[in-house]
Design a protein around this ligand. Sequence first.
Ligand code: AMP
Length: 414
Amino acid sequence: MPRFRRPKGTRDLGPAAAARFEEIRETFVDMAWEMGYRLVDVPALESRDLFARSTGEDTEIVEKQMYGLVDGGGRELALRPEGTPGLVRAAIEEGWLGGHNGERLAYFGPMFRYERPQKGRYRQFTQLGVEFLGIPGPEADAEVIRLLVSLLGELEIPHTLKLNTLGSPAERAAYTETLRDWLAEREMDLDEADRHNIARNPLRVLDSKREATMAATARAPRLDETVGDESAARFARVRGLLEKAGVDHEVDSRLVRGLDYYGHTVFEAVGREAAQDAYGGGGRYDGLVTALGGPDTPAVGFAAGVDRLAADGTFDDPEPPLWLVPLGEAARGAAWPLAAGLWEEGVAVQVAWNETGLRKALGRADTAGVRWVLILGDEEAEAGEVTLRDMAGGTQGRLPADAAALVAAMEDAE
Ligand code: AMP
């Protein structure tokens, strides 16, 4: 048993998993960039109050899941449970707002939630996401949704996009009251664990995945049917734009998302299998920037779970670098300048410093999936040469121990 173990709910990513995360990051950053989104990076540590104000004091995330701490100076801080509040805080503080065509920001980084341990749920996990600040129209909603869906497409992840409207803040508030009354009359039919939300946050009851609650609320008043004409027309516009961009979607009147700041469009990309966790989701949050002390700025965004994407996406295994195998004391001396020359030429090469015999070295290179091996025995070292072996065909030949000559030889053989 190792002496130290990782904290419960965290993960160690080995080279293969870390390479997947990196591939997702690059794919996301490139795709976002093509639509005008620029990567920014803000602290994982923020004031606790920021999340109480934005995510919502009454939400499960802030109340039960947030990692709070008091630093040496007595400041109440928290490890961010989600990205949006910190990004909006930074946009206000750093003066990133106010561009005529809005601001498109993208992020990728660790989030922290004290979750009940379960499959696919971690206490430190990674999210990527975007925030599009400053554009009130449905085009902005369609844009961020299109980016999320294209990213899933690029990673070859089958999914369904669910969409709903929460209406304007006033409509949402009115609906919340109607729903609260409706639920209060049926309290006993709900799963016990959901009952406390009737008074506190009735929308969350609709979000419940507990069977009794789902059955009892199947006929609950529907948000998409109670919103006014203006909100309904806006929602229809978003749907029309998605259709024109080839983005398939379903309306799900139960989709509410738990955070306080959403209004109008909300969406979630879910797996095709029942009871699977979502890949990501988001929505419009027009009131948040002012709630955090910034200028009146409409906004929409999404966040997706990188741990989820990495578990289900299709990835290329990175090719291992070429091996340079020095066999003997003189060879080890000659290997270093040769490796340095190859690195300068941009050739990916790793030196197998521990090898002492050719047969075993080739066996290990083969297991590692290496295509090219440079063998450097003492005899070759003396002659200023090296043997280049093509593991694919098993052919080999002696060449000058010169980086440029070796690069040319490998290019000829490809
Ligand atoms: P949320 O911010 O809760 O809407 O989460 C957006 C996405 O992040 C989810 O759909 C998940 O894919 C992912 N996610 C949220 N919480 C966790 C967690 N504790 N562990 C791993 N992934 C998570």
